[in-house]
Write a protein that binds this ligand. Structure first.
Ligand code: M6R
Length: 363
């Protein structure tokens, strides 16, 4: 049932405040400002490395997880796409933790990589949305996402719920290793608790996206840029747009711009920049100016004052001020809505795009 929405994807985007809240409440002791994740059957204080693997959007959630775990827990994290990790026969450290992220819990490559990790002595944990799935059953420990059934082929609410669980895991690891103090834990937990409300404020008025859809729908190529925690969001934004609008889109780390993709930029190329006000903003601004100098049409997704950018913008999508930990969750919403409204304008089958299956159970 789509409720009063035109597509399941729209309904699922709008469900995010509620399902993120559900997922967080599973991993947070809200009253005391603490995280409480299930026992993974491994000593979090001494785990030598975390290896994360997944496909598609779940992989991008994992990439955010890597940045969080490295930053807040100072544990080395390796991450790779499941179809690569399993075939390159990556060496895995003794006593390591392997973490798999999957909405369906049935993705063939992710499952095969899980089995590879088990055969190579890893403790297996998974973040899955379908509790009864094969990946959940074959894991030593499961961190469920409570997104509810996701019908739209383009993943939206499952992604932000995966991020919610990963943030809690990163904080738990950080505490176990003494990388963050009890006060820092409380600060991060309060930041997460704010997320559902902040996301609700972004779902009130979608007219800016409807207008921007006109710009994007005319483009042949669209570039998404982000740095640090926003880099996986650039990748996710590009994937969402190509999946449902069939417009060629690429996500790039902002710092890589001058190593190649800048050659693509001219007046016809919209460049979506995910740049919340964090400690990397200044660096990203210099990349934005390089794009502007070549006539690119810049769509800025940020809470920063556009005056700071120092160049003309085609549009500014304002996000709310938030704790730096939570910007990946906040920025997910504008990239989803941009893709959604562009696809609606173009008249594609938003919930069931061509050539795609909800669950990829073959290699
Ligand atoms: O069920 P999974 O999370 O394992 O699926 C992984 C990918 O197939 C999935 O995220 C895919 O990339 C989506 N269509 C993205 O919107």
């Amino acid at each position: 049932d789509k409720g009063n929405h035109r597509h399941f994807m729209a309904k699922e985007i709008h469900e995010q405040p509620e399902v993120i809240s559900h997922t967080l409440s599973n991993y947070l002791d809200m009253a005391n400002g603490r995280v409480s994740i299930p026992d993974l059957g491994i000593d979090l204080a001494t785990v030598p490395r975390v290896t994360i693997s997944a496909c598609g959007t779940a992989y991008y959630a994992g990439l955010v997880g890597k940045y969080w775990i490295e930053r807040y827990a100072r544990v080395p994290v390796e991450i790779d796409i499941a179809s690569e990790l399993r075939y390159r026969e990556a060496p895995l450290p003794e006593g390591g933790l392997a973490l798999f992220v999957s909405q369906s819990g049935e993705t063939a490559d992710t499952l095969a990589t899980l089995r590879y990790a088990r055969a190579n002595g890893q403790r297996i944990a998974s973040i899955v949305n379908v509790r009864t799935s094969t990946i959940a059953r074959e894991s030593d420990a499961v961190l469920p996402t409570l997104a509810g059934p996701e019908i739209g082929v383009a993943s939206t609410k499952a992604f932000t719920c995966q991020l919610s669980a990963l943030a809690c895991l990163a904080i738990a690891l950080g505490r176990a290793r003494g990388a963050i103090s009890e006060e820092q834990e409380q600060e991060l937990v309060s930041a997460l608790i704010e997320v559902p409300r902040l996301i609700s404020t972004m779902l009130v008025d979608e007219t800016p996206y409807v207008e921007l859809a006109h710009l994007l729908s005319k483009a042949r190529d669209v570039l998404y840029l982000g740095r640090g925690l926003s880099y996986p969001l650039a990748l996710e934004g590009a994937l969402k747009l190509k999946e449902i609008s069939y417009i060629h889109a690429e996500g790039y780390a902002a710092g890589e711009l001058k190593h190649g993709p800048i050659a693509l930029i001219d007046e016809a190329v919209p460049v979506i920049v995910v740049a919340p006000e964090d400690d990397l903003l200044e660096k990203t601004i210099s990349n934005v100016q390089e794009v502007a100098a070549r006539g690119g049409q810049i769509v800025l997704i940020s809470n920063a004052d556009p005056e700071k950018i120092g160049c003309e913008l085609a549009a500014h999508i304002k996000i709310p001020d938030a704790h730096p930990l939570t910007y990946p969750l906040i920025s997910a919403v504008p990239v989803q809505l941009l893709a959604y409204h562009t696809a609606v304008l173009m008249g594609t089958d938003v919930d069931q795009p061509r050539n795609l299956a909800k669950s990829v159970t073959v290699e």
